[in-house]
Write a protein that binds this ligand. Structure first.
Ligand code: Z7Z
Length: 404
């Protein structure tokens, strides 16, 4: 038998594209196509990392936690050689076995049973918000009026933090997601407020300030039972506050954008509101609010006909995988008749988003509330993008609605 031929690292296709440059963040799709077409593994000369943009390789890397670790950081910076900007997450930036107890606890805290109790309340909250918005007019910016408002109304309450300072959550999250990228202007823009925002977030994570019935209290109760340590508990509350706000805001913006920009899809949803879940997952595939993450090889790893040596950062483009025509038919179309399951928008494997059911419930509540009152949704002007090193986001989504 002969050995499988492998491409030497030096012979890999090379791209000098900067995935974090503003023109790419404005419209990343041509770059994703270029990277997918160049090969299964592409060297990004600007950052000296290896990029995966095809579904097959992104999926394989995401589930291979043994050989592609998260403990060296899931951003561009390697925590083995560079100081993280904040103490690392005990979930996202940890590997088994350290990762497992926090993950198990948070999986239970955010599980289907806990969410069942929130469902009725959140649908009522969404109906109230939709009534307020429609009462003020049928043309509005859906980012400011709905996508930013709803998660900020319901999620901090569910965690159990106090009423003061909630306006800090979006800028804190925005900086955290920028910090996974290179130290560019987006990171510099956030730096002046890091100490203040981190201080506020840290205060919210202490047991004293949390209400008795929220996700935060449930995390501390698990520490009392010895399931996690008292040192891990506040960092897990921090995980909720970091990862649970901006992501859902941008996910809700994405689904409203998909519905407004693809005629006929809103009619489908209005006729069958049980499609709300599919609509949200299809939007998470189509827009990929979380565009990418990095892993670090712990050993030589064969990927796409190459052996990637130990200690290398590997960029996994969830967004490019979610538009890969090798996996999806007509991938650029937002389509409620497709089965979006298997999309990479929540990641895959051990670290797959632990809050995805919370996000789905928030989006579903908004869509169901809208479907009860709204006949049509259309764009009332051009959308404006918000640039972030990790997130695909809208700054403005002008909509025009008609009532049923
Ligand atoms: O555990 C954490 O602090 C944490 C922070 C950020 C977990 C997840 C994320 C994250 C999720 C980052 C989605 C970017 C996108």
């Amino acid at each position: 038998m002969t050995a499988t031929p492998t491409t030497a690292l030096d012979d890999l296709p090379v791209s000098d594209v900067d995935p974090f440059a503003h023109d790419v963040l404005e419209d990343p799709l041509p770059v994703y196509q270029e990277l997918r077409e160049a090969g299964p593994v592409v060297r990004l000369s600007r950052y000296d990392v290896l990029a995966l943009a095809r579904y097959e390789e992104v999926h394989a890397a995401a589930v291979d936690w043994q050989r592609l670790e998260s403990g060296a950081g899931v951003g561009l910076a390697n925590y083995r050689t560079e100081q993280p900007w904040r103490p690392p997450s005990v979930l996202l930036e940890a590997d088994p076995p350290r990762h497992d107890a926090p993950r198990r606890v948070l999986g239970r805290v955010l599980g289907q049973r806990a969410l069942h109790r929130l469902r009725v309340r959140w649908v009522a909250d969404a109906e109230q918000l939709v009534d307020e918005v429609l009462g003020a007019g049928l043309e509005f910016d859906a980012v400011r009026a709905i996508a930013q408002v709803f998660p900020l109304r319901v999620f901090p309450d569910a965690v159990g933090i106090g009423p003061e300072g909630r306006e800090n959550l979006l800028p804190y999250g925005d900086h955290a997601f920028n910090a996974f990228g290179p130290p560019n202007d987006l990171v510099a823009k956030g730096e002046p407020r890091v100490a203040e925002l981190s201080g506020w977030v840290g205060e919210q994570c202490a047991r004293e300030g949390l209400t008795g019935d929220g996700f935060g209290a449930a995390i501390w109760a698990a520490a009392d039972r010895g399931e996690i340590t008292p040192q891990q508990a506040p960092l897990m509350v921090r995980s909720l506050l970091t990862a649970g706000v901006d992501t859902t805001v941008h996910g809700i913006s994405a689904v409203l954008y998909g519905l407004a920009s693809h005629p006929g899809e809103w009619d489908r949803l209005r006729a069958d509101p049980s499609l709300a879940r599919i609509a949200f997952d299809e939007a998470v595939r189509w827009e990929s609010p979380v565009q990418l993450f990095f892993r670090t090889t712990t050993t030589d790893v064969p990927i796409g006909g190459t052996v990637v040596p130990a200690g290398r950062k590997v960029l996994m483009s969830y967004a490019a995988a979610n538009r890969d025509p090798r996996r999806w038919s007509d991938p650029d179309r937002f389509d409620l008749t497709r089965d979006p399951s298997g999309h990479m928008g929540f990641g895959m494997g051990l670290h797959q988003c632990v809050g995805q059911h919370v996000a789905r419930l928030e989006a579903e509540a908004v869509l169901i509330a809208l479907s009860r009152r709204v006949r049509s949704i259309e764009l009332a002007g051009p959308v404006r993008r918000h640039h972030n090193n990790t997130l695909r986001a809208l700054d403005s989504l002008p909509l025009r609605l008609t009532l049923r």
